[in-house]
Design a protein around this ligand. Structure first.
Ligand code: PEP
Ligand code: MG
Length: 599
């Protein structure tokens, strides 16, 4: 029976495919398809792992001290029984055989199926056996990781091929960490659904950067949707249709084709300069997470990178941080790929909803922070790890010998942080000079993302060459709304007069001081705000490469001067809906003005 699940629309477009349910703890398991001739060797990997775990469990049981409680031995019996149960290993083989999933994926898919069966059991004792099953699967996954690696996993950076004849797949999970999302950049999934998350949670941001339809904050989705259900993700409306009827499916397939055509049309604007109707040149820059994203940025027609979120280099490393040389190579790669266009590298912004990975040495600090969004995050963390920070600054400075590099500092709120950062930078420069390593002059910018720095901008501007407004955090901290919490997502509103007021003020003050100002939060890539931002005087916007063409189209159709005549009305509205309505009226009357002029 068809039904709908509602969530937040975070990444546009339509995805149609079968559900693959993945437990949050398993999203980092590799997911790829294997060729027909690799089915038997993959099953052999599973068998080898099963035998290894059986020996492990038998040895544990044999070595139990005589005084060990009898329950322990009984528990190991249960584990052995689960291990050999056809419902686990037999069915896993079937996933490999019939679907051509790699063994780890097949095993976690089967775990999901069985876990649900356990959840639905009446008997409490049996229900609790789910934890045992999870432990057995954990052992199997570990044994596979220890055993010979699958020789048919796609190499890093290589997109896994689609399995011929196989249906497209949509990933459904309770949550996906930003670090795990990175792995999906080269995955087989055509869309994502998560139970938790907000519109500007980093999971949503990475989904948008991949240009894959996604719905987050869908509450119960991973509980209600079953493995293999047919799904339609409507990424524009934030709706998931489970088991759609033939008519609905046909309608969405039509919309999918329309959206592909629309994108192809927009792509033709790639080389058109972004200039408004009244002749104002606008700089459209790209937000990237990895050096390899620079290719997509250039292809989309970006005139530089406005935000390189360097923290993604620090994730998925089992707690080990990247050293100076490794970072230098990554930054140099991005700089060289941009062929002389500016690359703005933001120093590491770890914390809040972007923890280092689970194994991190700093895990304790982050996991147990009382309120991570208000805790040791971004520049605060960097200044608390001076060795790490100087290493990163040296790496960024060294990359400046290969192109135009700009340095961006996240989340500054105190002038003392500015002072400490500039001192660290001076020291990093001195160390490089002493070591005879090349670097050139780089411009230094501050991210304005807490009300404190927005309210005392002139004092900050004295120390920086440019500022970039991080609206995602500026909204979070102005409205006291956790950007990753779906329970308060309805209150996260860029149209809030307090947000618009701060934004307009920052843009005006930076311009008055003769400093460059950009916006690199999600508002920059949302066509709903383009005219408003231009009317505020903004001439530089940084967004995911996939959004550049749509924003350019808006820029080309906007008369910034005429629109700014209506700005005051938007800024003086005293509630978000009224502000949005005033903007809509401004848009239609600016267009009417055009008509009058044209006629
Ligand atoms: C922002 O806060 O708007 C921003 C661009 O930084 P991030 O989303 O990485 O916190
Ligand atoms: Mg931010």
């Amino acid at each position: 029976m068809s039904f709908q699940v509602f969530g937040l629309p975070v990444s546009r477009g339509v995805a149609i495919g079968r559900a693959v349910l993945v437990a949050s703890s398993r999203v980092d398991v590799a997911h790829y398809f294997i060729d027909e001739d690799r089915v038997e060797p993959e099953i052999a990997r599973l068998r080898t792992a099963r035998d290894a775990v059986a020996s492990e469990l038998t040895a544990l049981q044999r070595d139990l001290p005589a005084e060990a409680p009898a329950e322990l031995s009984a528990l190991l019996d249960v584990h052995l029984m689960l291990l050999h149960d056809d419902a686990l290993t037999g069915a896993t083989k079937q996933w490999i055989h019939e679907r051509h999933y790699n063994a780890e994926w097949a095993l976690s898919a089967q775990l999901e199926v069985l876990a649900r069966q356990f959840d639905e059991m009446e008997d409490e004792y049996l229900r609790e056996r789910k934890a045992d099953l999870e432990q057995v699967v954990e052992r199997l996954l570990r044994a596979m990781a220890r055993g010979p690696a699958s020789s048919f996993a796609p190499a890093p950076g290589v997109a896994p091929r689609d399995f011929a004849g196989e249906d497209p797949l949509v990933l459904v999970a309770n949550d996906i960490a930003p670090a795990d999302m990175l792995q999906f950049k080269r995955s087989v999934f055509t869309g994502f659904i998560t139970d938790v998350g907000g519109k500007t949670s980093h999971t949503a941001i990475v989904a948008r950067s991949m240009d894959i339809p996604a719905v987050v904050g869908a509450r119960e989705a991973s509980r209600i949707i079953r493995q293999d259900d047919w799904l339609v993700i409507d990424g524009d409306a934030g709706i998931v249709i489970v088991d759609p009827s033939a008519i609905v499916l046909e309608e969405y397939r039509f919309r999918q084709r329309q959206s592909t055509l629309g994108r192809e049309r927009l792509a033709r604007l790639r080389h058109t300069p972004a200039v408004t109707l009244d002749g104002e040149r606008v700089e459209l820059l790209a937000n990237i997470e990895m050096p390899s994203d620079a290719v997509a940025a250039l292809e989309a027609g970006a005139v530089g990178v406005g935000l390189f979120r360097s923290e993604f280099l620090f994730m998925n490393r089992n707690g080990e941080l990247p050293g100076e040389d490794e970072q230098f190579e990554a930054y140099r790669m991005a700089v060289e790929a941009m062929k002389g266009l500016p690359v703005t590298i933001r120093t590491v912004d770890i914390g809040a909803d972007k923890p280092l990975d689970r194994m991190s040495a700093n895990e304790l600090r982050h996991e147990h922070a009382l309120n991570p969004a208000l805790g040791l995050r971004a520049i605060r963390w960097s200044l608390s790890e001076p060795g790490m920070f100087r290493q990163q600054l040296r790496a960024i400075l060294r990359a400046s010998a290969y192109g135009k590099v700009k340095l961006l500092i996240p989340m500054v709120a105190h002038l003392s942080e500015v002072k400490a950062t500039l001192e660290a930078l001076a020291r990093a420069r001195q160390q490089l000079t002493e070591a005879g390593k090349a670097f050139t002059q780089v411009e230094i910018g501050a991210m304005i993302e807490v009300p404190a720095s927005a309210l005392m901008l002139p004092a900050f501007l004295r120390h920086f060459d440019f500022v970039s407004v991080g609206t995602n955090d500026l909204i979070q901290y102005t409205l006291a709304i956790d950007r990753a919490d779906e329970a308060v997502a309805h209150l996260y509103d860029p149209w809030h007069p307090a947000v618009l007021g701060l934004l307009a003020r920052v843009i005006a003050q930076a311009r008055a001081a003769g400093k460059q100002v950009s916006v690199c939060g999600e508002m920059a890539g949302d066509p709903e705000f383009t005219e408003l931002l231009l009317a505020m005087g903004l001439r530089s916007l940084s967004m995911h490469p996939s959004q550049i063409a749509a924003i350019k189209q808006r820029v080309l159709r906007t008369d910034a001067k005429r629109w700014s005549a209506h700005l005051e009305r938007v800024l003086t509205a005293d509630d978000p809906q009224l502000a949005a309505m005033a903007a809509a009226r401004a848009l239609s009357s600016a267009q009417r003005d055009d008509l009058v002029l044209d006629s």
